[in-house]
Design a protein around this ligand. Structure first.
Ligand code: A2P
Length: 325
């Protein structure tokens, strides 16, 4: 395979490269693109030093099989169609194309079947959404009636700018990216506010969950909070199911769901899961305040499963499918 990475110098971009190495995919060429700020830098992949190239309209002319994008929405808006037109399958980590009805929004454990042969752009979902829909997929058998998300999101989810702000605060310097200091604090705002009072991050979780699970009318709400954790998002998920359940059956279904590591007698935290690709689920318990209510505590590495690993798994599974066909 010939693969291009767009945003190769960023937090997710660098993790794309690490995950591609770890997964031992058959890669004959890896090209690394970033902005002119990175001209002259090199990136190491499988003991090769690869020069960073400045992205432009002709970057994809030499023909790649896949282009993995994580350089922000405006870069994806402009360059993902150029890459697709040049023949690449684009896996885009930005929110730019996610809700386009012609673009599949894919968590490979759930809905790889949404990808048709002619899809040029495939969207990688929002980080908190990916780790939330995998356990919800396991609960679909009982009927999802209502979902309430509350997130505790790490600064790495904002890219290098978020990590830099936490480090600035640790040196007693004020934030320059977040609206308030993040150290010793929690900020109930991720992305911009919408007219109804939700933030864009909350709206992404609602819309993307419905699209991935093929449940356009699912009753769902979210509150997204930035916390002073370096890496690893946590989501408290409260679910109301349509049908009565035996808690042991729920635990079995979660344990069987591809992508989940169920913790029956312990609970995961961001420090436990950082660096791993599974979605960790713990504290599965009844919510007795409503009929058929359930609580889950879900933690994952937002840069790996929430972004880079999910994208690389899409490539891996599409390649497996291509070889089987
Ligand atoms: P660069 O390092 O050259 O600025 P993060 O999300 O960690 O902040 O990373 C963002 C990524 O997107 C970086 O690789 C960054 O490259 C890249 N990027 C930002 N703006 C552009 C641009 N105009 N053209 C190409 N890549 C860009």
């Amino acid at each position: 395979m010939r693969i291009a990475i767009v945003g190769a110098t960023g937090l997710v971009g660098q993790t794309f490269i690490k995950v591609l190495e770890e997964y031992h995919l058959n890669i004959s060429e890896l090209a690394c693109f970033a902005s002119s700020r990175s001209a002259g830098k090199t990136i190491h992949f499988n003991n090769q030093a690869i020069p960073v190239e400045v992205l432009d309209e002709h970057s994809f002319d030499r023909g790649f099989d896949y282009a993995l994008f994580s350089a922000g929405g405006s870069i994806s808006e402009k360059y993902a169609p150029i890459a697709a037109k040049a023949g690449c399958i684009v896996v885009d980590n930005s929110s730019q194309w996610r809700m386009d009805p012609s673009v599949p929004l894919v968590v490979p454990e759930i809905n790889l079947n949404h990808v048709q042969a002619n899809h040029g752009i495939i969207a990688n979902p929002n980080c908190s959404t990916i780790q939330s829909v995998i356990p919800l997929n396991a609960l679909k058998a009982w009927g999802l009636k209502r979902v309430v998300y509350t997130t505790y999101q790490a600064v790495s989810g904002s890219g290098q700018k978020g990590v830099d702000d936490l480090e600035r605060n640790l040196k007693q310097l004020p934030s320059t990216f977040y609206p308030k200091n993040i150290l010793h604090n929690v900020i109930p705002q991720i992305d911009v506010f919408l007219p109804n009072g939700d933030t864009k991050e909350e709206r992404k979780m609602i819309d993307e969950t419905r699209k991935i699970l093929d449940l356009p009318n699912l009753s769902i709400t979210a509150t997204c909070v930035r916390v002073p954790v370096l890496n690893g998002h946590s989501v408290a998920i409260n679910v109301e199911l349509e049908n009565d359940f035996d808690l042991n059956d729920i635990l079995d279904a979660l344990a069987k769901q591809e992508g989940i590591r169920l913790m029956r007698d312990a609970y995961p935290t961001p420090l436990d899961v950082s660096g791993q690709d599974a979605v960790f689920v713990g504290r599965v318990r009844r919510d007795d305040s409503i009929p058929n209510g359930l609580h889950l505590w879900v933690v994952a590495d937002n840069i790996r499963k929430g972004a880079a690993a999910n994208a690389v798994q899409i490539v891996q599974k599409l390649e497996e499918k291509r070889h089987v066909i």
